[in-house]
Design a protein around this ligand. Structure first.
Ligand code: PLP
Length: 477
């Protein structure tokens, strides 16, 4: 871990939802330069202190005592960051078996992991249950049936084999489909299917104890949650063994810094009040993803080319939409800022220089010619030069997690700022990653071709290989 010069105090922004009205860099220009020099460009930079503040803020907003927070790692699966959530007392929400795998690597106990996903095949459902995940919210009657079948098998096997410890069944819940609340959604089971679901579980001696509500993603309208609490409680009460209510997917983050963000305090207060009034004490599970981590990361990149088309600045930077696929591919705004050259202040030039003509309409273009390779369009930025750094803000959620090898560029490194220090938390990829898992058929072909010519009689011995590699035969024959 490299330590920071004292003057490199991290300029921590106030935590969400009190994001600054106007965008400013999360750290100084000197620190940005130091990080780029040390780790290279492009670079994901996470502000660990800010992440801790956000976790604390969300946690405090829900006073209901039986609340369990489960971080939705679909948004970000970096182990170092998952460990921060674990240290703060949060568990993990898994959308897929891969999320669970990463969660276990980060040290989460299976009892701290809630699975609320869709469409697992037999092998995957078996794996999830074998990992010992103790809360599963299922998306269809078929998934519930599969889960029950596998569980019954496991239980009967362990009873037969006295060496195996008895298996305590996980708590099972249903993801709910309520078109009157969420409109047309593929997710969940309708209340009219509940009777069948209850029968399915009872048949094998299990019970349905949870209701899971999914509100899509990125909802800044707090009312979309608060106004449906009564309906959800009434729906959950259709389950005779109801024990927990689970919210996940949808808690928004204000990427437009002057926009209204999701109000955790309002949501927490209303939900806590309603749950406290219930005759039965139930558990509350909340799975924030985006809201917890979006504002904690910045993608740094360097300017490699500047050209002008009339008054418009066309900025070429050394990153690509494949490193941050959200804005161009999935829609959504991410603010791009830069630093005032030579000043080393935490304020952006956007704030610093009031004269409007010092800012130019700018397209920030990635380092490929893919037609959608824009990191930002019509941004207001000063005239930049090669070597200047830009910062793409609020990329902690669905940023690195959605980056891909599309365009065949290796992925950036990730760095964590913590207690005035920085450390690498994911290596930069190199070109080898583009070969990973590829079967280099042509290589084998060439070797076998020469073997064929030299060891002609062996062809008969390796008859089956010969038939598989028919095309070789034709070429050589
Ligand atoms: C069931 C569930 N919970 C939580 C999340 C995280 O969503 P968000 O980032 O909107 O909080 C998702 C996202 O796909 C999800 O499917």
């Amino acid at each position: 871990m490299a330590s920071l010069d004292k003057s490199h105090e991290l300029g921590v922004k106030s935590h969400f939802p009190h994001v600054p009205m106007s965008p400013c860099p999360p750290f100084t220009q000197e620190l940005a330069q130091e990080l780029l020099n040390h780790y290279g460009s492009p670079l994901y930079v996470y502000d660990g202190d800010r992440l801790c503040q956000t976790i604390e803020y969300i946690t405090q907003a829900v006073s209901y005592p039986r609340t369990q927070f489960r971080f939705a790692s679909v948004t970000n699966g970096n182990i170092a960051l998952l460990k921060i959530f674990r240290s703060a007392g949060w568990g993990l929400h898994a959308n897929t078996p891969g999320d669970i795998y990463l969660g276990l690597q980060a040290g989460f106990n299976p009892s701290e992991i809630v699975y609320s996903g869709s469409n697992l095949n037999h092998a995957e459902m078996t794996q999830v249950l074998n990992w010992g995940v103790t809360t599963l919210n299922l998306d269809s009657l078929d998934q519930l049936q599969l889960c029950c079948q596998i569980l019954t098998n496991k239980v009967s096997k362990s009873t037969l084999n006295q060496n195996n410890p008895p298996i305590s069944p996980p708590r099972l819940g249903l993801r709910v489909n309520l078109p009157e609340i969420t409109g047309d959604s593929r997710i969940g089971v309708c209340p009219k299917e509940f009777a069948q679901a209850i029968a399915l579980t009872n048949e094998v001696g299990l019970k349905l104890s949870g209701l899971h509500f999914y509100r899509g993603t990125g909802t800044n309208a707090t009312a979309a949650f608060t106004e449906v609490i009564d309906k959800l409680i009434a729906t959950a009460q259709l389950l005779p063994d109801w024990e927990y209510l689970n919210f996940g997917g949808g808690f928004g983050y204000p990427y437009q810094h002057n926009a209204v963000g999701f109000d955790w305090e309002k949501f927490g207060a209303e939900l806590s009040k309603k749950l406290t009034c219930l005759p039965k004490k139930i558990d509350l599970v909340i799975e924030p993803g985006r809201a917890a981590i979006a504002g904690c990361a910045t993608l740094l990149a360097e300017v490699v080319s500047v050209k002008w088309q009339k008054d418009k600045q066309i900025l070429g930077v050394d990153t690509t939409v494949a490193n941050l696929s959200v804005p161009p591919v999935h829609g959504g705004h991410r603010k791009i800022i830069t630093w005032e050259r030579g000043q080393g202040k935490t304020k952006s030039l956007v704030d610093e220089v009031p004269t409007p003509h010092s800012l130019f309409t700018t397209d920030v273009c990635g380092n490929t010619t893919y037609s959608r390779d824009y990191l930002g369009k019509n941004c207001q930025l000063p005239a930049l030069k090669i070597g200047d750094a830009i910062a793409i803000l609020d990329v902690g959620a669905y940023g690195y997690a959605m980056s891909s090898h599309f365009l065949h560029r290796p992925k950036p490194a990730e760095v964590l700022l913590e207690n005035g220090r920085h450390r690498l938390i994911r290596q930069r990829e190199d070109y080898n990653v583009l070969l990973a898992n590829q079967v280099l058929v042509e290589e084998e072909y060439r070797i076998q071709k020469s073997e064929f010519r030299i060891q002609n009689t062996e062809v008969r011995i390796q008859k089956s290989e010969f038939r598989i590699q028919n095309s070789e035969y034709r070429i050589n024959g």
